[in-house]
Design a protein around this ligand. Structure first.
Ligand SMILES: [Zn+2]
Length: 174
Protein backbone atom coordinates (compact mmCIF):
# COMPACT_ATOMS: atom_id res chain seq x y z
CA UNK A 1 0.00 0.00 0.00
CA UNK A 2 1.21 3.45 -0.86
CA UNK A 3 1.19 5.64 2.27
CA UNK A 4 2.23 8.77 0.43
CA UNK A 5 1.38 11.57 0.47
CA UNK A 6 -0.64 10.90 3.66
CA UNK A 7 2.42 10.51 5.90
CA UNK A 8 3.69 13.87 4.73
CA UNK A 9 0.26 15.47 5.15
CA UNK A 10 -0.16 14.21 8.71
CA UNK A 11 3.07 15.82 9.84
CA UNK A 12 2.74 18.91 7.71
CA UNK A 13 2.62 22.19 9.59
CA UNK A 14 0.30 23.92 7.15
CA UNK A 15 -3.41 23.13 7.24
CA UNK A 16 -4.72 20.59 4.72
CA UNK A 17 -7.30 21.49 2.13
CA UNK A 18 -10.78 20.03 2.40
CA UNK A 19 -10.02 17.56 -0.43
CA UNK A 20 -6.72 16.48 1.22
CA UNK A 21 -8.51 15.93 4.55
CA UNK A 22 -11.16 13.82 2.84
CA UNK A 23 -8.51 11.64 1.11
CA UNK A 24 -6.53 11.29 4.35
CA UNK A 25 -9.61 10.21 6.33
CA UNK A 26 -10.41 7.67 3.62
CA UNK A 27 -6.87 6.26 3.77
CA UNK A 28 -6.83 6.15 7.58
CA UNK A 29 -9.99 4.04 7.57
CA UNK A 30 -8.26 1.34 5.51
CA UNK A 31 -4.63 1.65 6.75
CA UNK A 32 -3.91 0.75 10.37
CA UNK A 33 -0.28 1.82 10.02
CA UNK A 34 -1.21 5.38 9.00
CA UNK A 35 -3.99 5.41 11.63
CA UNK A 36 -1.32 4.72 14.28
CA UNK A 37 0.83 7.48 12.77
CA UNK A 38 -2.19 9.79 12.82
CA UNK A 39 -2.50 9.24 16.55
CA UNK A 40 1.17 10.14 16.99
CA UNK A 41 0.64 13.19 14.85
CA UNK A 42 -2.37 14.16 16.93
CA UNK A 43 -0.34 13.78 20.11
CA UNK A 44 2.42 15.89 18.62
CA UNK A 45 -0.04 18.55 17.57
CA UNK A 46 -1.62 18.71 21.01
CA UNK A 47 1.91 19.05 22.36
CA UNK A 48 2.37 21.92 19.94
CA UNK A 49 -0.79 23.48 21.33
CA UNK A 50 0.87 23.49 24.74
CA UNK A 51 3.99 25.07 23.28
CA UNK A 52 2.47 28.54 22.69
CA UNK A 53 1.70 28.67 26.40
CA UNK A 54 5.38 29.20 27.12
CA UNK A 55 5.40 31.87 24.44
CA UNK A 56 2.41 33.43 26.11
CA UNK A 57 4.20 33.21 29.45
CA UNK A 58 7.19 34.93 27.87
CA UNK A 59 4.96 37.63 26.44
CA UNK A 60 3.32 38.00 29.83
CA UNK A 61 6.72 38.32 31.48
CA UNK A 62 7.76 40.90 28.92
CA UNK A 63 4.56 42.87 29.47
CA UNK A 64 5.02 42.65 33.24
CA UNK A 65 8.61 43.84 32.91
CA UNK A 66 7.44 46.71 30.70
CA UNK A 67 4.78 47.63 33.25
CA UNK A 68 7.35 47.54 36.03
CA UNK A 69 9.65 49.71 33.97
CA UNK A 70 6.85 52.21 33.36
CA UNK A 71 6.06 52.19 37.07
CA UNK A 72 9.71 52.75 37.91
CA UNK A 73 9.90 55.59 35.42
CA UNK A 74 6.76 57.11 36.89
CA UNK A 75 8.23 56.79 40.38
CA UNK A 76 11.46 58.32 39.16
CA UNK A 77 9.71 61.31 37.57
CA UNK A 78 7.52 61.77 40.62
CA UNK A 79 10.59 61.74 42.84
CA UNK A 80 12.43 64.11 40.53
CA UNK A 81 9.50 66.55 40.49
CA UNK A 82 9.29 66.37 44.28
CA UNK A 83 13.01 67.01 44.70
CA UNK A 84 13.01 69.84 42.15
CA UNK A 85 9.99 71.56 43.68
CA UNK A 86 11.56 71.13 47.13
CA UNK A 87 14.77 72.67 45.86
CA UNK A 88 12.78 75.47 44.23
CA UNK A 89 11.02 76.31 47.49
CA UNK A 90 14.31 76.11 49.37
CA UNK A 91 15.96 78.40 46.81
CA UNK A 92 13.07 80.83 47.03
CA UNK A 93 13.26 80.88 50.85
CA UNK A 94 17.03 81.23 51.00
CA UNK A 95 17.32 83.57 48.03
CA UNK A 96 18.09 86.73 50.11
CA UNK A 97 20.74 84.86 52.09
CA UNK A 98 22.09 83.32 48.90
CA UNK A 99 22.23 86.76 47.32
CA UNK A 100 24.27 87.99 50.28
CA UNK A 101 26.55 84.98 50.07
CA UNK A 102 27.08 85.54 46.37
CA UNK A 103 27.74 89.25 46.90
CA UNK A 104 30.19 88.86 49.76
CA UNK A 105 31.13 85.25 50.41
CA UNK A 106 34.08 86.00 52.68
CA UNK A 107 32.02 88.28 54.93
CA UNK A 108 29.24 85.68 55.31
CA UNK A 109 31.76 82.94 55.95
CA UNK A 110 33.53 84.90 58.66
CA UNK A 111 30.20 85.90 60.20
CA UNK A 112 29.07 82.27 60.18
CA UNK A 113 32.36 81.09 61.68
CA UNK A 114 32.23 83.71 64.42
CA UNK A 115 28.62 82.75 65.11
CA UNK A 116 29.62 79.08 65.38
CA UNK A 117 32.52 79.93 67.68
CA UNK A 118 30.32 82.13 69.85
CA UNK A 119 27.69 79.40 69.97
CA UNK A 120 30.28 76.81 70.95
CA UNK A 121 31.79 79.01 73.66
CA UNK A 122 28.41 79.90 75.10
CA UNK A 123 27.47 76.22 75.23
CA UNK A 124 30.73 75.46 77.01
CA UNK A 125 30.16 78.32 79.44
CA UNK A 126 26.59 77.18 80.09
CA UNK A 127 27.70 73.61 80.69
CA UNK A 128 30.39 74.80 83.07
CA UNK A 129 27.99 77.04 84.91
CA UNK A 130 25.48 74.20 85.05
CA UNK A 131 27.94 71.77 86.58
CA UNK A 132 29.14 74.37 89.09
CA UNK A 133 25.55 75.26 90.01
CA UNK A 134 24.66 71.57 90.33
CA UNK A 135 27.56 71.02 92.72
CA UNK A 136 27.03 74.23 94.70
CA UNK A 137 23.23 74.41 94.82
CA UNK A 138 22.55 71.95 97.66
CA UNK A 139 24.91 73.92 99.87
CA UNK A 140 23.52 77.29 98.78
CA UNK A 141 19.86 76.57 99.33
CA UNK A 142 18.72 76.55 102.99
CA UNK A 143 17.02 73.41 104.36
CA UNK A 144 13.60 75.06 104.75
CA UNK A 145 13.60 75.96 101.01
CA UNK A 146 14.32 72.35 100.22
CA UNK A 147 11.44 71.32 102.47
CA UNK A 148 9.17 73.78 100.64
CA UNK A 149 10.26 72.50 97.22
CA UNK A 150 9.67 68.91 98.33
CA UNK A 151 6.26 69.86 99.74
CA UNK A 152 5.18 71.66 96.54
CA UNK A 153 6.43 68.84 94.38
CA UNK A 154 4.65 66.21 96.46
CA UNK A 155 1.42 68.23 96.46
CA UNK A 156 1.62 68.69 92.72
CA UNK A 157 2.20 64.97 92.15
CA UNK A 158 -0.72 64.16 94.43
CA UNK A 159 -3.03 66.52 92.52
CA UNK A 160 -1.86 65.03 89.26
CA UNK A 161 -2.54 61.49 90.45
CA UNK A 162 -5.95 62.55 91.80
CA UNK A 163 -6.93 64.18 88.50
CA UNK A 164 -5.91 61.04 86.59
CA UNK A 165 -7.88 58.92 89.04
CA UNK A 166 -10.92 61.19 88.62
CA UNK A 167 -10.74 61.08 84.81
CA UNK A 168 -10.35 57.31 84.92
CA UNK A 169 -13.37 57.05 87.22
CA UNK A 170 -15.79 59.04 85.05
CA UNK A 171 -16.53 56.35 82.41
CA UNK A 172 -17.19 53.78 85.15
CA UNK A 173 -19.56 56.13 87.06
CA UNK A 174 -21.77 56.61 83.97
ZN1 LIG B 1 -1.09 4.21 5.01
Amino acid sequence: MNHQPFEVWMFADQALTFEQKRQLQAHLRICSQCAALAEVSLALHSAKVVAPASGFADRFQVRLAAQRKTQRQRNFWGFLILVLSGLGVLLWLTWPVLGMVVNSPAKILSAWLSFLLAFWFSIQALAEAGTVLWRVMPALIPPHIWALITFVFTGWSLLWVLSIWKFARIPQGV
